[in-house]
Design a protein around this ligand. Structure first.
Ligand SMILES: [Zn+2]
Ligand SMILES: [Zn+2]
Length: 821
């Protein structure tokens, strides 16, 4: 559903801009989703009783290509079903030849400039996927764990230190215990040595400013090979790095007696041994953030290994400046802060992944001199010593490395293509906030580095789609709404219109089927209005004769004009919600509910009147279809084809025409509609059916308004089902009549002989009592503090809203009752 929202927004922008005459490119494509795809295919071959090692690299990658072709087709199918008007002739894939060439070029250039390097580093490691993960690929989850207090005895027997840890299985890898030099408690310990529990190795006590005196006992075990902070501390103090756990999460030779144990089994064994030896002093409950692999949810293990890194600081600086000087804008603007915060604290990016599906790193290691050859073309020998004994790095690049190049690599870079000249920098990127750093920030950095300009001017960031209760959709909760099912049931246009109209900036979308159904009905409304117009249309559509326009004609054309102006402005501000709402209320409330009714009356007059009314109807339909097209491409295309025999995609976006603006008509029609609405509301409150004509008495002091009412008498009578309408400056209120006040006067509806007053009063009194009871029930509920505190806020708000409605109904019934007494 998130992709459906993303696609809808992109397509609205693209269709709108295309109709507005821009040379518009929406270039579709997919990335190869390295780890995720490899996992899926691994599971698939595991279910067939095989493994990736049994396949071997070449065969495995072939298998992934097959899977990817099928998956890629599914993505394209879904995009097309959503109506995405992409340029399919330019479809790209991050592992196609052109993009792979761009990846190679970027890697080599960054390497040559010293911005890519290979280094031993502590990285996040998934022991299940057996690969490095970038910081962003680790999900932190607060878990209830334990903090173990362990006694480390001084070698000289003069005392001990207590060290707190959540991961006792790493104790065999400890190479020091650190204390803060300002910590009075440990002044005499620094420089002495300790005996490592259960292992018996000697380790030093060191002083380090970074130790938090408040945490645990203020003495910190240092395990450089298994913790990122300890890794840094180890570097500061020149400590050895002892790796006690293999890449698969199983303890190795250096773990002594724990060799061969899984890491969690080892934890239990160490705790038992330390408890037996008296080194485990105590354990306490402790909630802490534990990192999990974002793909397979396995607990990640900090691990030391040789990895490839991109040095980010240099690349980040221009990308920070571009946001500061407005070369790139974030919409909504609030995301700018998140962006700055991350960019200012950026860390080096680990780009090597120990999987097979992806761009294999273009680096070759020499068997003779240990030199590294990084090359644009596959080398035959070592660039350092010339030895032919070289082998390519087994690892592949992080998928985001290739995705970061998307805005220019898809346009043909490093060739200087026409597309690149024409379309770079692009105008807008539409994306979810969840990939702001994975993707957006990195595209910024790479674009500025290799193209010398930002990759896009506007970054439009949309919210999440949640279920009707505001819960995140997930398979385990069973609240996932599948766009394909919704499209089958309600149509794509209904889904798109719903997503667009709910896409308020910064607010998550609570998607309910009722909303979608409501917009399906809107589609039906458009269809029925079009059919009515077609039935009354001449072969040849004529333009309205502006000299012969009636008040309702002038009004609807003026309203149409404001709608065009507002919708265009709102789209320019990425307010798809407001734009959709504006078109919706214009087309349904003003055009269908009001103008169509006025037009029917004009059409009955025949001749010029009829011709002009039909011409106005066609003109409004024509413009509305063009405005609706970006939101509802399918129904608008179908109706447009019937209207003009061409595609609405190629029709021009409507432009506002000052000449059509008619304030006088809007204000006069406002008065006419106000009177009709008042009569209708009185009638419905008293259950007077439309078949029963009621006289209407109007007391209006303004001569101008009386004159206007006189001119529009026919329409007022018809649309309020009135017998006769009397209007005068001194109209007296008839006996036993309902009364209503409108801007400019009062109106009275005589009720004698119209309704059975006793029966109606009885019904109203019954209804009145029911409403009062309901009001009391809600008031009791809302004054109950435990309900207000405990119930979800949604429920409380709903009750309050219902209370307001009921109070409103109550006062209306009260006035109706007063007329009947
Ligand atoms: Zn994993
Ligand atoms: Zn060599």
């Amino acid at each position: 559903m998130g992709h459906a929202l993303n696609t809808t927004i992109q397509d609205i922008i693209v269709r709108w801009k295309r109709m507005s005459g821009f040379n518009t490119l929406w270039l579709p494509g997919t990335d190869h989703a390295g780890i995720a795809t490899q996992n899926v295919v691994e599971r698939q071959i595991a279910s067939e009783g095989s493994s990736r090692n049994e396949y071997g690299r070449k065969k495995f990658v072939e298998k992934v290509w097959k899977w990817r072709e099928q998956y890629g087709r599914t993505i394209v199918y879904q995009l097309k079903r959503l109506g995405g008007s992409c340029d399919w002739s330019r479809e790209r894939f991050t592992m196609d030849d052109g993009m792979s060439a761009a990846v190679r070029e970027v890697f080599v250039r960054l390497y040559e400039e010293g911005l890519i390097c290979r280094d031993s580093y502590i990285i996040n490691w998934c022991p299940r996927c057996m690969t490095a993960l970038s910081d962003l690929e680790v999900e932190h989850e607060n878990l209830q764990g334990k903090l173990y207090h362990v006694r480390y005895d001084l070698t000289d027997g003069s005392g001990f230190l207590i060290v707190a840890t959540t991961r006792p299985e790493t104790i065999p890898g400890d190479t020091a215990v650190a204390v803060n030099p300002r910590d009075e408690r440990y002044r005499d310990f620094t420089g002495k040595t300790l005996i490592l529990p259960v292992i018996g190795r000697e380790i030093p006590v060191i002083a380090d400013d970074s130790v938090d005196m408040e945490f645990g006992t203020g003495a910190l075990k240092i395990t450089p090979a298994h913790d990122p902070n300890d890794f840094e501390a180890g570097n500061r103090h020149g400590l050895p790095r002892i790796k006690v756990m293999g890449d698969d999460g199983v303890m190795n030779d250096d773990a002594g007696p724990y060799k061969g144990m899984d890491r969690f089994k080892c934890r239990k064994a160490i705790l038992k041994d330390m408890s037996d030896s008296g080194n485990l002093v105590r354990e306490e409950d402790y909630t802490h953030a534990v990192g999990h692999c974002y793909r397979c949810k396995t607990v990640i293990e900090p691990n030391i290994s040789k990895q490839w890194f991109v040095r980010m600081k240099t690349l980040a600086e221009p990308a920070i400046r571009a946001a500061e000087d407005g070369s790139v804008r974030f919409i909504p603007k609030g995301w700018e802060n998140t962006y700055f915060e991350w960019m200012n604290n950026i860390k080096d990016w680990c780009i090597s992944r120990q999987i097979w599906w992806g761009h294999q790193i273009p680096a070759w290691y020499c068997g003779r001199c240990e030199g590294i050859t990084v090359s644009r073309t596959d080398p035959a020998s070592c660039g350092n010593c010339g030895s032919p004994d070289i082998r390519q790095d087994e690892d592949v690049l992080d998928t985001w490395f290739s995705s970061a190049l998307w805005p220019f690599s898809t346009l043909g870079w490093p060739e200087e293509t026409g597309d690149l000249k024409r379309f770079y920098p692009t105008s807008v990127l539409v994306t979810g906030f969840d990939i702001l750093f994975f993707w957006v920030a990195r595209m910024m950095m790479m674009g500025l580095k290799f193209m010398g300009d930002v990759p896009f001017r506007d970054v439009c960031i949309h919210a999440l789609v949640r279920d009707a209760e505001g819960q995140k959709m997930s398979k385990s909760k069973g609240n996932v709404i599948d766009p394909l099912v919704i499209m089958d049931q309600y149509g794509t246009d209904a889904l798109r219109f719903t997503l667009a109209s709910m896409a308020s900036p910064g607010r998550d979308i609570k998607l309910s089927e009722e909303r979608i159904e409501g917009y399906r009905n809107f589609g039906n409304k458009i269809w029925n209005a079009a059919r009515f117009i077609f039935m009354n249309m001449q072969e040849e559509a004529v333009r309205p004769d502006r000299a012969a326009l009636t008040l309702p004609d002038r009004w609807i054309l003026s309203r149409l004009n404001s709608t065009v102006r507002d919708v265009t402005q709102m789209l320019g501000e990425y307010r798809f919600d407001l734009a959709a709402g504006t078109i919706y209320s214009f087309f349904w409330r003003e055009f269908c509910d009001w103008y169509l009714e006025f037009a029917k009356i004009q059409m009955q007059e025949g001749g010029n009147r009829k011709e002009n009314a039909v011409a106005v109807l066609v003109s409004v339909l024509d413009t509305s279809l063009r405005m609706l097209h970006p939101f509802m491409p399918f129904i608008t295309e179908e109706i447009w084809q019937q209207l003009h025999g061409s595609s609405v995609m190629k029709a021009p976006w409507p432009s506002a025409e000052d000449a059509l603006e008619d304030e006088a008509a809007e204000s006069e029609m406002g008065s006419v509609m106000d009177i009709i609405k008042n009569v209708r509301s009185l009638r419905s409150g008293l259950n007077i059916p439309p078949s029963k004509e009621v006289d209407v008495y109007l007391k209006i002091e303004s001569d101008a308004l009386r004159k206007l009412i006189g001119e529009q008498m026919g329409c007022i009578k018809r649309l309020s089902y009135a017998g006769s309408v009397f209007s005068g400056a001194g109209t007296k209120r008839p006996e036993l009549s309902a009364i209503s006040v409108f801007a400019g006067g009062e109106l009275y509806l005589p009720l004698a002989g119209i309704i059975d007053i006793d029966k109606e009063r009885g019904l109203l009194e019954k209804r009145f009592k029911a409403i009062v009871d309901e009001i009391i029930r809600i008031e009791n509920k809302l004054s109950n503090s435990s309900f207000v505190e405990r119930a979800p806020q949604e429920v409380v708000l709903k009750e309050k809203e219902r209370h307001r409605e009921l109070m409103d109904q109550k006062s209306r019934i009260e006035s109706n009752l007063s007329w009947l007494k």
